[in-house]
Design a protein around this ligand. Sequence first.
Ligand code: GAP
Length: 558
Amino acid sequence: MAFVVKKIIHGNEYYYLNENKRVDGKVKTKTIAYLGKTKKEAEKKAEGIIRNMGNSSVLPTQPKLTAPKSSAPSPKEISIEDMAIFCKRRGFVYPSGDIYGGLAGFWDFGHLGVELKNNIKREWWKFHVQEREDIVGIDGAIITNPKVWEASGHVSGFNVNDVLVTCKKCKKASKVEKYEVENVKCACGGEYDWKKARTIEQMFKTNIGVEGFAYLRPETAQLIFTNFKYVNENTRMKFPFGIAQIGKAFRNEIAPRDFLFRTREFEQMEIEYFIKPNQECSYKIGNAKILVYSEAMQKSGKEPEKMTFKQAHKEGIIKTDWHAYWLEQEFLWFINLGANPEKFRVRQQLGDEKSHYALDTWDLEYKFPFGWKELEGVANRTDFDLKQHEKFSGKDLKIFDEETKEKFLPHVVCEPSLGVGRAFLVFMFDAYYYDEERSNIVLKLNSKLAPIKAAVFPIVKRNDFEKVAENVVKDLREEMNIIYDKSGSIGRRYSRNDEIGTPYCITIDEDSLKKQDVTVRDRDTKKQRRVKISELKETLRQLIGGEIEFESMGNLVH
Ligand code: GAP
């Protein structure tokens, strides 16, 4: 049972969503979320969270007048609604067609959003394709032959899986899965009107030329399967190997929600990793620790357990070595780019949840402000897709094994599949920080992801300062995204850049004219160091690439 609680801290009201759970025969209260400072805002947020939790009841606000020992809410906490407002205000993301009222499930990326999104995709490609010998990429079409979707099972399975229902009590329309029909209730506790339930097709259709119609792809993966044999022949790669792709996907979601989390147009970053049947994992599974939540734990009401991926595999919790390996790689990609490891867990999908093609699926989940949710799916698709395409196309997609002199159909032992929008949210949530001392938001994005790498300021508006600054900007722009900012006080210029995550601010002052050096200020520590203009570009390149630490460059300014 979840309920809203008011706490008075230093005379101010704060609202939280608490939940009572029976653990070992005792009722324990846990805070699930911070809901804001007003009752109205809190009840609205609570409704959304509870709807997402699938909880059926919420109790009215329970005032608690004694001040708890804990301090005020963490300055980092921000709701998904507030994140959407922040992203719009600072030029990251706008509702698509906003001047006409927008369109649910469609978003436009602004001048900073497009940079962050491109940086996420570039880092993903670098880590998964360029830095590996066993993965190559492709870029398939958004619209392809509709038979592809018949073969893949999307037309008969995925396309008709979502059912639109209306609650008899609160009258709200919701989406339920096919397997949930007649088995679930509305979040308000009311019964759904099952007689009026109807299936909504998940795949968008469009008209094309004389052929009639085609679908907008609901996943990028199928283009990998249909091109698989060509890529294998052209690259002559040995098994195991993977094919990666980044591109748009479209789903006619009944209930798009939570900003970029569930949209109708989104981008996926996917890999199909092919092995010979039963081929063992040739990579080491490491010792990164994460919360593990298997199907058995979920069914027996156990809490997730923290352990290494190696241990999870050794104890048979994550069954295949490949699954343990790929889940760890995906987790590490996020962590290496500055995400908070404490907000991740891996959860095995339950039988009913799994897609029609999957033998076993583990999700990398992230603790969003609206609860633990799927960030990335990692499915074992076996030879399902290639087998289907062989059947429907009549083409032989088997590979001749030089060692055994026999043909075999490869298995996709793992398909890491991540939405760019969800990754975008993770990096924004983990970077967002309200700094009490600065009275300003500091977006602590990893410098590889930051939309703008450095801002250059002449300390005051004066021709000689501006001339040096303009030369510095011109030189740096050859390598990175730079802002040239000469308006407002230095403090204001720092705040503006802190808020959009610019890791370094460079000031041209009196000394720059005399000694040909500049001050470089670090966003997170506010520390400043002097660097020669002639060494600035290379120094910044190394700082952004993580090759050197800020502390080790130039001379500290006191
Ligand atoms: N090829 C496998 C596949 O598409 P999925 O679990 O349906 O599997 C994979 O989707 C990932 O794509 C999800 O984990 C999520 O990151 C992203 N994704 C799926 N549907 C989405 C939506 N409607 N909006 C935003 N991202 C979505």
